[in-house]
Design a protein around this ligand. Structure first.
Ligand SMILES: [Zn+2]
Length: 219
């Protein structure tokens, strides 16, 4: 009888320990309760920037899926505007791009998310420019601060020397009322960036940095 009682007591103690440790783990999550929308640029018939057979749309999606995982690991609720190789256009005529961007803005606004991040890759005619850069539209008063925090974080982690840039002509970002930014993760036109951007471990480095920037923003 005494032995049965001891075993019963031991089980109670183990269960209590498990509940308490699960609770401690939960409280360490930095983004619990936050809803974040991630927007992988381009998709479907719109490849974005191209270098030989390397398409911006594919790298954008790879980075965004990694970002989704690590943000969820911190307790965030995460949505992507696209989960595969397609766009969000409802028009198949000349205004397809416009329709795609409008629909992205529409679903992000309707989501009631706390934050959004668009991921793109830069490309210019010169191959010398490199590094990750943050763009924002001042349509939301928090965007400037969020952009600055993120650029600083990217500078620390990825050694980019680029600076934040405000642009009010980005069709989609102008229409999104919740706070958010656009991150150009690097230049597809630069050989070193292009090499790194295709590497899984570098993509993880980028998303770790973005995660830190997001956590700082919420603090
Ligand atoms: Zn792009």
């Amino acid at each position: 009888m005494k032995k049965t009682y001891s075993i019963f007591l031991l089980i109670i103690l183990i269960c209590t320990f498990l509940f308490v440790s699960a609770d401690i783990k939960k409280s360490n999550l930095e983004l619990i309760g936050k809803v974040i929308y991630i927007d992988p640029g381009h998709g479907g018939p719109d490849p974005g920037s191209i270098y030989k057979n390397i398409y911006e749309k594919d790298i954008n999606l790879e980075i965004c899926k990694k970002l989704e995982t690590i943000l969820e690991d911190e307790g965030a609720i995460v949505y992507l505007t696209r989960y595969g190789d397609y766009d969000l256009s409802k028009s198949y005529t000349g205004s397809r791009k416009k329709s795609d961007l409008n629909n992205r803005a529409k679903i992000i606004n309707a989501s009631g998310a706390d934050l959004y991040i668009s991921i793109h890759l830069n490309s210019i005619s010169s191959s010398t420019w490199s590094g990750a850069q943050v763009f924002y539209d001042d349509v939301n008063k928090n965007n400037y601060e969020f952009a600055q925090l993120m650029q600083e974080q990217l500078k620390n982690d990825l050694k980019t020397t680029r600076k934040v840039k405000e642009i009010s002509t980005m069709l989609m970002n102008r229409k999104i009322t919740i706070p958010g930014i656009l991150v150009e993760a690097g230049f597809l036109s630069n050989p070193n960036d292009r090499y790194l951007l295709q590497k899984s471990d570098y993509q993880y480095k980028i998303v770790e940095s973005i995660k830190k920037g997001i956590i700082k923003y919420f603090k």
